[in-house]
Design a protein around this ligand. Structure first.
Ligand code: LLP
Length: 427
């Protein structure tokens, strides 16, 4: 057997007799059965990630509201709904997804800086749990829409705690220069204003400081700032029934060692206990940490192209399938589906077929692969399929969910016909 290296993200993705497996299923067989590029997800990995939160919440009043922007495939939403999750949504399209899987609309939280009146109206009619409000102007619009419908809109204010989450600038959201949330120092005024509005029912407080956070420190800082505000708000006689700490916990892409959700929440509940809030209703909105390490993208090697400065390994997945490297220079491990002892091993830039220099999946990767063989791009469960596009008129990939030794196609490959059917020729 050849030497297999440590793979990021848990035991569900592993080599067995030189073949890469997802749980008990051969990824090569998946590629042969469904074609490539193909996303394959591990049910066990998602459920164990969820369990880590739930174990951290034992004896508390706390619930996971899955931030479906990370991966909104219906089967995945069904899985989380069946295991007790509510959802964090950011558009009416995402609300429609909750409806499509028959999940409890009363466990939906609506985040986002730009909710339209139509979206607010539909969410109110659906009876969601709470709107996370991001500005005074938005609060006033929610109030107006609620009054038009003779309803009261449940709200939390999203506070911007001005904490550095020590992550990529594009995915840090709790700093002063970000478009998100209400400045810490303006929050009290906003709650006082909310109290005067007939269409508003104050439910809680919310913050989300960023994504791919790999240490507990920024959360503790944010939590202390939010709890200072809770103290002040409740001194005004406004009772907050829940506190929402957002999402953001990171995963392993390369050599990161983020805390487990269970460990992190152990630490955070110490802070909550010290400050007298340990039995308050807590809400979290994780996305990436529930699905990121559970997914891989399987792709076929099309060409090996040696160059003077670089060798290219051209595969059939591209930036439209997996935009994170192009957008954030994000690192995803890339490994062959079959391990070989052949020499020499090439060092390649792994790229897609799209007509952009930014269409790369990995730089300077040592890979022992030949044309017609397959690679897997790892840690691809979050913000890959959900951020995919049709650029270059490429159809979106298919998706498969693996459960032990069985697998199910959960999304068919998008055909060109699927893409063209909304378009109209000139009269
Ligand atoms: N709640 C709110 C209000 C959010 O904005 C987000 C993510 C989450 C929860 C979930 O955060 P998570 O647990 O997944 O870190 N596309 C980027 C990540 C963007 C995150 C946007 N907001 C990436 O691929 O790294």
């Amino acid at each position: 057997m050849t030497q297999s290296k440590h793979l990021p993200g848990g035991p569900q993705v592993h080599y067995e007799a030189d073949e890469l497996m997802m749980e008990g299923v051969s990824l090569k067989e998946m590629a042969q059965a469904h074609g490539t590029p193909l996303f394959v997800y591990s049910k066990a990995s998602m459920l164990s990630a969820l369990k880590s939160y739930q174990d951290g919440f034992v004896g508390r009043h706390a619930r996971v509201h899955y931030a479906m922007k990370a991966n909104s495939s219906l089967a995945i939403l069904q899985l989380f709904a069946r295991h007790g999750c509510g959802f964090d949504i950011v558009s009416i399209g995402e609300l429609e997804r909750v409806k499509a899987v028959g999940a409890d609309l009363g466990l939906v939280i609506f985040s986002g800086v730009g909710k339209t009146r139509t979206e607010i109206r539909q969410a109110l009619q659906a009876g969601i749990l709470c709107f996370n409000v991001e500005s005074v102007a938005e609060l006033d619009v929610i109030n107006e829409v609620a009054l038009e419908l003779s309803k009261k809109a449940p709200i939390s204010v999203r506070v911007n705690p001005n904490v550095d989450p020590q992550t990529h600038p594009y995915i840090s959201t709790g700093l002063k220069g970000n478009k998100f949330g209400v400045a810490h120092e303006d929050t009290l005024k906003l709650y006082q204003h909310a109290q005067t509005l007939q269409g508003i029912e104050i439910k809680g407080i919310d913050c989300h400081i960023g994504s791919q956070i790999t240490s507990v420190g920024p959360y503790v800082d944010a939590m202390n700032k939010v709890l200072d505000l809770v103290d002040a708000i409740e001194q005004l006689g406004i009772r907050l029934s829940h506190i929402d700490f957002g999402g953001g916990l990171g995963i392993q892409y390369k050599a990161e060692h983020p805390p487990s959700a269970q460990h992190m929440w152990g630490e955070l509940f110490k802070v909550l206990d010290q400050r007298g809030y340990g039995q308050r209703q807590i809400i979290v909105e994780p996305g990436r940490s529930l699905v990121g390490n559970a997914g891989v993208c399987v792709s076929e090697v099309q060409y090996l192209k040696p160059g003077e400065q670089k060798n290219f390994c051209i595969i059939d997945a591209a930036m439209n399938d997996l935009p994170r490297p192009a957008m954030y220079e994000a690192f995803h491990e890339i490994v062959p589906l079959t391990l070989h002892e052949r020499t020499p091993v090439g060092v390649f830039d792994v790229v897609g077929p799209i007509c952009e220099s930014g269409d790369w999946l990995g730089h300077d990767r040592s890979l022992n692969v030949q044309v017609g063989e397959h690679v897997a791009i790892l840690s691809a469960g979050a913000y890959c399929m959900s951020m995919s596009s049709n650029y270059n008129t490429r159809g979106r990939a298919a998706e498969v969910l693996v459960d032990g030794s069985s697998s199910q196609l959960i999304r068919k490959r998008e055909s060109t016909q699927d893409q063209l059917h909304l378009e109209r020729l000139l009269d």
